[in-house]
Design a protein around this ligand. Structure first.
Ligand SMILES: [Zn+2]
Length: 310
């Protein structure tokens, strides 16, 4: 099992913290991905070659700082969130685990998502009990992204789940094929993957999912000659640019955007800029505006009159 996990872990995304284990009678190398967040299980230690006696020795010498619960140890500099997940009776999973790998964090989700090792996790207001449905019994303290994502698609609403899947693909945590293999046994997984597309940001994914839910034809990340890539195009020419939270702090960005806006107008495109605040707190107004434009036919190129038409 441990060998399999070593094989499956994305090598470039190691999130191990804490010193490696060096003192004690013997010294075996524990790769960072088997002690993510500076927490290690007795099973990993045993697989690496340590005997129970060695493990006691490592604890006495201070290399294994604390026995968090039977079978789990913290190392120096351990991540408090990972420690909390293990103390609660499980391992970190779902959104909490994916965020550690750099995946989009749904707005307002500050809970600690925990997968129970066996039995129950210790309930607390900020702890969410999440299950991937199936998956190996936890051996490492932070779930592998392909296990965590199974929990996330059950835990999140549709638009945030799609934003997380888009983000996993964008950041190359997983390929579409990886996700298909992992999620194809879940009807919800197949549905969500069908809604995935290219996106520059999580906010943009949310907007795309919402617009497609209105039965609008929406293309994402469209290359327009003389302009560059735009976020979304509704119909033929209604361009929707989704500004991320930090985007306009930069004056150079601001100027570049204005030049793009004028170029789009010159080419006959209609454009709507949507801010992060509007996506999170004022979507209804934006939606009405877009629908009004669509009803007027603003998303189509003006039709040329055929000769003889009035
Ligand atoms: Zn969750």
């Amino acid at each position: 099992m441990v060998a399999e996990l070593i094989h499956r872990f994305p090598e470039k995304r190691q999130i191990g913290v804490g010193a490696s284990i060096t003192s004690g009678v013997k010294s075996y190398d524990i790769p960072p991905h088997l002690r993510p967040g500076g927490v290690v299980s007795t099973r990993v230690l045993r697989s690496a070659g340590y005997s129970y006696r060695d493990i006691r020795q490592l604890h006495l010498s201070g290399d294994l700082v604390e026995n968090l619960r039977p079978g789990w140890w913290s190392l120096r500099g351990a991540d408090p969130a990972v420690v909390a997940a293990v103390r609660a009776g499980g391992v970190m999973t779902c959104v909490s685990s994916l965020v550690k790998y750099g995946v989009y964090r749904p707005f307002g989700d500050d809970d600690l998502h925990v997968r129970a090792s066996r039995g129950e996790i210790r309930a607390a207001a900020t702890i969410k009990n999440c299950s991937p449905g199936r998956g190996p019994a936890p051996v490492v303290a932070v779930d592998h992204p392909l296990i965590a994502v199974r929990a996330a698609i059950r835990c999140l609403d549709v638009e945030n789940a799609v934003a997380v899947l888009d983000s996993m693909i964008r950041t190359r945590i997983a390929t579409v094929e990886d996700l298909r293999q992992e999620l194809s046994d879940l009807p919800r997984g197949r549905d969500l993957l069908g809604r995935c597309d290219r996106a520059d940001s999580g906010t943009e994914s949310l907007v795309r999912v919402r617009l497609r839910a209105l039965n609008l034809k929406v293309r994402s990340q469209v290359q327009i000659d003389g302009v560059g890539r735009v976020d979304l195009v509704v119909g033929e020419r209604l361009v929707i640019e989704v500004d991320s939270k930090a985007h306009h702090t930069d004056l150079a960005n601001y100027r570049a955007d204005r030049i793009r806006d004028r170029r789009l107008a010159e080419l006959g495109y209609r454009e709507l800029r949507v801010t992060w605040e509007e996506v999170m707190f004022g979507w209804e107004g934006v939606e009405q505006q877009i629908l009004a434009m669509v009803h007027r036919g603003d998303h189509h190129w003006p039709r040329r009159r055929a000769p003889g038409d009035r």
